[in-house]
Design a protein around this ligand. Structure first.
Ligand code: AMX
Length: 435
């Protein structure tokens, strides 16, 4: 079958023409006004970035290249006997806008398995980290260190032409994705002391190998969960912290390892990717205080006590979304199919019935509905992956898919260095003094 790189090579010249035409026709048009509030308010809603892999609708949630999560679940290739989409297919879709054949998805499984080995010194870096260092810090260090063998950095030093940037960026991105299971597996086993890392099975798909490196290769339902998990966490348009950081750092022509290492440092924040760890901590605390099967009243009281002590309810709210996150719904459906009687799943469901009303009554959060992180931890815990400090690492493995896809397109389209304008409060006051 045609490889992903061959397909991209066909698509890139067409997209360059497409962008030229858009700029010629619409280049001088305005999206609207920019307010002072937006400058102080985390640039919420400010149109400022190009991102092709996915677009987020506030009401409907994410679409990957125009396709909803249920559409991706229906259309993307599956593993033999599996019913969840293979992340391999999602990566192909993010990059090309096209649904690959099963053979094409399989070719990515094989390609990534072949590229999966870590340089020895990166293994040593991970092995030397104290187990008390957060897995996300270890993850970001290991990814950054992969820049040692960057094809892009090397080609740049050798004077590669701008038009060719995307080729080595593609190679680095494929290496990056391919090596993440070995990095994640090694960190997991070091930190949680769960034995020696097995070898990559070159006949199996990416999610199987990740599951196996973590010690869960014999649990088919867990492998299916990872397929779904990696698919839905991959991309959430361009403005979220991890995606935007990757794009920003990449715009300095830092290679994909440096750019994605930076993404991971952003994902490690509690308002972003670390929320999946925070949710489980919060659920555990709730359980210890109100029991496994609490009354609605008890749950409500607990949520209020969180708010009253000045903390956020983790897993609820979103900067852009204004409805239940379809990534939450996809995980809820997975739970209904695979673990309908699990007490923690039932507790999560109960909170879903109660928290939105409490958040509405509290009156601050613009979105009282659950996001992706409200559900993932309970699923992982059910299968025995109980170490919540590790959860954001899995989010990070997935987020590489979205960031890498855009890095490749940014280099293909010659995206310039990012450099927005900033102002001091003094300058803002002066600027609007008599207006
Ligand atoms: N619990 C309590 N208060 C919340 C809240 C929540 N879940 N969500 C928002 N609020 C509060 C904000 O803290 C803010 O309070 P302030 O005015 O005192 O500063 C106010 O409501 C308005 O915030 P907003 O405009 O609704 O949200 P935002 O765009 O500033 O922030 C987010 C979005 C996700 C950071 C926020 O909803 C939050 O902190 N949620 C909990 C953490 C979480 O689940 N993060 C994961 C998000 C998904 C992801 O990136 N993985």
């Amino acid at each position: 079958p045609q490889t992903l790189k061959e397909r991209l090579a066909e698509l890139i010249p067409k997209e360059i023409e497409n962008v030229k035409a858009i700029k010629a026709e619409h280049g001088k048009k305005a999206f609207g006004q920019v307010t002072v509030d937006q400058v102080y308010g985390g640039m919420r809603g400010l149109p400022a970035l190009l991102w092709d892999g996915s677009v987020l609708d506030a009401e409907e949630g994410i679409r990957f290249r125009g396709k909803t999560i249920p559409e991706c679940q229906a259309l993307l290739p599956k593993a033999p006997g599996g019913s969840e989409p293979l992340p391999e297919g999602l990566f192909w879709l993010l990059l090309t806008g096209e649904v690959p054949t099963e053979a094409q998805a399989k070719s990515l499984s094989e390609d990534w398995a072949a590229r999966a080995t870590l340089p020895e010194f990166v293994e040593e870096i991970i092995d030397r980290c104290p187990p008390t260092l957060h897995p996300m810090s270890q993850f970001s260090m290991a990814v950054t260190a992969l820049n040692h063998d960057s094809a892009f950095a090397k080609a740049y030093q050798e004077g590669i032409s701008k038009k060719e940037y995307w080729g080595p960026t593609f190679e680095d991105s494929m290496d990056l994705i391919a090596k993440l299971p070995n990095i994640a597996g090694r960190i997991y086993r070091n930190v949680f002391g769960s034995g020696k890392l097995p070898a990559i099975d070159k006949t199996k798909d990416y999610s199987y190998n990740l599951a196996n490196l973590l010690g869960f290769g014999d649990k088919e339902a867990f492998v299916e969960l990872l397929r779904l998990y990696i698919t839905i966490h991959s991309d959430h348009e361009g403005g979220n912290v991890s995606a935007h950081t990757g794009k920003l750092v990449g715009s300095a022509l830092s290679d994909p390892f440096l750019a994605f290492g930076a993404s991971l440092n952003g994902l490690a924040g509690p308002l972003h990717g670390l929320a999946n760890q925070e949710v489980l901590l919060w659920l555990m605390k709730m359980k210890s205080q109100v029991g496994e099967n609490p009354s609605d009243e008890k749950v409500k009281e607990y949520i209020w006590s969180t708010l009253n002590s000045g903390q956020v309810v983790p897993g609820y709210g979103h900067a852009v979304l204004r409805k239940t996150d379809p990534r939450y719904t996809a995980q809820r459906e997975f739970a209904q199919k695979h673990l309908p009687d699990d007490p923690m799943f039932k507790l999560v469901g109960k909170i879903y019935n109660i928290a939105p009303d409490v958040l509405l009554e509290a009156g601050k959060a613009k979105n009282p509905w659950p996001n992706v992180d409200a559900h993932s931890g309970v699923l992982l815990t059910y299968y025995g992956l109980t170490q919540m400090q590790f959860y954001t690492v899995l989010f990070g493995v997935s987020r590489a898919f979205g960031v890498a896809a855009q890095l490749i397109w940014d280099r293909a389209l010659g995206a310039p260095l990012e450099r927005p304008k900033s102002y001091s409060s003094e300058a803002i006051k002066k600027m609007f003094a008599n207006k």
